[in-house]
Design a protein around this ligand. Structure first.
Ligand code: GDP
Length: 196
C-alpha cells in the first residue's frame, strides 16, 4: 500500500534530479500507452500524473517521492510521430542520459499496450536496455480492453518475440488503470526489489 505520494520536481537535466539517496523506479513507454493513468492508479491519487490531452505533452523528467522512502519517476513518452527530428533527438538524449547515469535507478518499467503486436520501437528500446544492462521490467497496460483469452495470447506472443532476443526474460506484469489490475503486484515487486 502506498500511503503518501508527493510531487518533487520536473526538469530536463539529469543533474537537477533529487540526490540519489533512495531507490528509484521510473516509468516509460510510447505516448498514450497509459503511463499517467497507471501512475495515478498505483499511488491512488487521481491527477498526480497528468493524463494526456495531447500525445507527447510530457517532455520532462518528473520526480515524485513515495512514503518518503523511494522515488517514482515519470519519464517522457517516446515514439510519437508529430515532432521534429531535432526534438526527437533531444528527447532521446535526455532519456538515455537519465537511464544510463541515474545511479539509484533500481528498475525501469517499460509500458506496452497489451492490445498491440510487438512494435519495432519498443523492441529496439528493450534491446538497448538489455545491451546497456539497465534493470527493467515490462508492464502490459490496458488489460481491461481484452478478454482473458486474448490477453493471454497477446502476452504470450510478446514473450515469444522477446525470447528470440533474450535467453532470460524480464519480469512481466499486467495492469489496468481502469479496474486496478496489477496494482498490488507492481507495488509488491517494488517492495521486494527495495528489500533486496
Ligand atoms: P500516457 O500518454 O502514456 O500518459 O497515457 P494516459 O495515461 O494519458 O492514457 C492515454 C489514454 O488511454 C487515456 O484516454 C486514458 O483514459 C486511456 N487509458 C489509460 N490507461 C487505461 C487502462 O488501463 N484502461 C483503459 N481502458 N484505458 C486506459
Amino acid at each position: 500500500m502506498i500511503k503518501q505520494a508527493r510531487f518533487l520536481i520536473s526538469n530536463t537535466d539529469v543533474k537537477k534530479c533529487p540526490a540519489p539517496d533512495r531507490p528509484e523506479y521510473a516509468f516509460i513507454g510510447r505516448s498514450n500507452v497509459g503511463k499517467s493513468s497507471l501512475i495515478n492508479m498505483l499511488v491512488g491519487q487521481n491527477g498526480l500524473a497528468k493524463v494526456s490531452v495531447r500525445p507527447g505533452k510530457t517532455q520532462l523528467i518528473n520526480h515524485f517521492i513515495i512514503d518518503e522512502s523511494w522515488y517514482l519517476v515519470d519519464l517522457p513518452g517516446y515514439g510519437y510521430a508529430k515532432i521534429s527530428i531535432s526534438v526527437k533527438e533531444k528527447f532521446q538524449k535526455l532519456i538515455s542520459n537519465y537511464i544510463l547515469n541515474r545511479e539509484n535507478l533500481y528498475c525501469l518499467f517499460v509500458l506496452i499496450d497489451v492490445r498491440h503486436a510487438p512494435q519495432q520501437i519498443d523492441v529496439e528500446f528493450i534491446t538497448w536496455l538489455g545491451e546497456n544492462q539497465v534493470p527493467f521490467a515490462i508492464i502490459f497496460t490496458k488489460a481491461d480492453k481484452l478478454g482473458k483469452v486474448s490477453l493471454a495470447k497477446n502476452v504470450g506472443a510478446y514473450t515469444q518475440e522477446l525470447k528470440k532476443l533474450w535467453e532470460e526474460l524480464p519480469s512481466i506484469l499486467v495492469s489496468s488503470s481502469l479496474d486496478g489490475t496489477g496494482r498490488d503486484e507492481i507495488i509488491s515487486f517494488i517492495e521486494n526489489v527495495n528489500k533486496s
